[in-house]
Structures are given as structure tokens and as C-alpha cells.
Write a protein that binds this ligand. Structure first.
Ligand code: GLP
Length: 245
């Protein structure tokens, strides 16, 4: 079931999403959190840092698994998701770094990396709460539109549209890695709760299709319609094509 929380703008979205995550951690201090990168969750992380500083949320027993990582990008590269997570969250809260996990994009053996990561997530029984952003083409993690829903963590070829969307973070489109390791749709769907943050008019089509369109691997986020506990926090611009929501 999908619950939509309509908010004013990015800041409003970020506060509300952070409050939901904070509540999760307060209720279960040993929560397993699935985390996301991209511009959508940055504000959420800022609010979580503030909540941690204020003493409202304690990350010391929290375990995290990130969705995805570019293949072949060194962890020291400021565009790696490993770097991103330290920069935007882990370095600023009282989390034990040993409890944080991002697929290792530096492992050239894709089968080994993906199998190891998948086994670790499954051993925990999936995430207690999985945070997601939404790609402009409806991707979640790096599960791009495809003929099938990928069950497990795997190596993907990024689509031109994703390379185009993500080139803003690199010197040029040529510098964007062509492959990534990502949790599969099956891995994501194992989460007990899923929280999606969506902001901006450029997400409106994908959001409408994800919530109201047919469930199809051509729009990977549409699978969320089959999950029992999904909350989407989306702003007016992102919901501009969903007036009823
Ligand atoms: C990236 C990430 C996704 C993210 C999406 C949207 O490619 N792999 O996890 O949700 O694209 O990014 P943004 O939030 O910057 O729009």
C-alpha cells in the first residue's frame, strides 16, 4: 500500500522524511536502514544530523546498507557513493562506521561483490526501513528500466538518460561511470518499510507512472505498488500530475 504525504517544497519534504527516519530509530535503536544517494535525500540527511546534534536521535546502534555504487570509481573519488555518504551523513552523526555498508565499487569481480552484498542484506532479513529517491526514468537504486525485475544485487549498465542526469556531478558525461552495483528490486522489496522522497517537476511523470501506472519493469518504481508499507513524501511540483493525491 502506498501512502502519499504531500508537502510544500524540498525543505518541507526533507524535514518530514527525517522525522519519519528519526521516529524509526527512536522506536528501534538497532534499526537496519537502507540508504540512498542523489540530491533528493541530502536535505533529509541534514535534518537527521541536526536531530542527532540535538540529542533527539542516536545512531550508535544503527546499521546501514546503501542501495548502490558506481563500478570502478575509487572510494576516494568525491562522486563515489561511499564518499557521498561520509560527507553527507556518516561523518556528522554518532554512527559506528563499521556498521555502515556501501557496495564496493573498487571490487572488479562483480559476481563476488554482488553476491557478498546480497547475502549480508538477506542475513539481516532485509532492511527495517529503506529510503529511496526516484530516477527521472522511474529507476530505484540503479535498477534501470528493463525487461525483468532483478531479484538480487547485480551489476547494471547505466542508461543514457541516467548518465545524462548524473553528469552534472562530473566534469563531463564521459567521466560518468557506465556501470554500477545495485541492490535488486527483490532486495529492496524485502524491506519492512519503504520511504521515498521525491521533489521537483522533472520527477512528476515518473511519480505518476510509479503510483498509478501498470506495474512493469519498464518503470521499476511501479513495483512499489505491491509492497505493503510504502510512504512517499513528495512536493507539490513532483505531484503536479497527481492532483488527487
Ligand atoms: C541516481 C541514484 C538513485 C537516485 C536517483 C535520483 O542515479 N542511483 O539512487 O534516487 O538517481 O537522483 P536525484 O535524487 O539526484 O534526482
Amino acid at each position: 500500500m502506498i501512502k502519499i504525504i504531500r508537502v510544500r517544497d524540498y525543505d518541507d519534504m526533507s524535514r518530514k522524511a527525517a522525522n519519519i527516519i528519526a521516529a524509526q530509530v527512536v522506536l528501534n535503536p538497532e534499526s537496519k536502514l537502507g540508504l540512498a544517494t542523489g540530491s533528493s535525500p541530502v536535505g533529509t540527511y541534514k535534518n537527521l544530523i541536526a536531530a542527532n546534534e540535538a540529542g533527539d536521535v542516536d545512531f550508535s546502534h544503527v546499521v546501514t546498507y546503501n542501495l548502490d555504487e558506481y563500478r570502478g570509481l575509487p572510494r576516494t573519488n568525491d562522486q563515489s557513493y561511499y564518499y557521498f555518504m561520509n560527507e553527507n551523513l556518516f561523518d556528522h552523526v554518532n554512527i559506528d562506521k563499521a556498521n555502515t555498508h556501501v557496495p564496493n565499487g573498487e571490487n572488479p569481480d562483480a559476481d563476488d561483490e554482488c553476491a557478498t552484498y546480497e547475502a549480508a542484506v538477506r542475513a539481516l532479513g532485509g532492511m527495517d526501513l529503506q529510503l529511496l529517491g526516484l530516477g527521472r526514468n522511474g529507476h530505484i537504486g540503479f535498477n534501470e528500466p528493463a525487461d525483468d525485475f532483478a531479484a538480487t544485487t547485480h551489476c547494471v549498465d547505466l542508461t543514457e538518460s541516467t548518465i545524462e542526469a548524473n553528469k552534472r556531478f562530473f566534469a563531463s558525461a564521459d567521466d560518468v561511470p557506465r556501470q554500477a552495483y545495485t541492490m535488486g528490486i527483490g532486495t529492496i522489496m524485502c524491506a519492512k518499510k519503504i520511504l521515498v522522497v521525491v521533489s521537483g517537476a522533472d520527477k512528476a511523470e515518473a511519480l505518476k507512472a510509479a503510483v498509478y501506472g501498470p506495474v512493469t519493469p519498464q518503470l521499476p518504481a511501479s513495483i512499489l505498488q505491491f509492497h505493503q508499507d510504502v510512504t512517499i513524501v513528495a512536493d507539490e511540483a513532483a505531484l503536479s500530475l497527481c492532483p488527487e493525491a
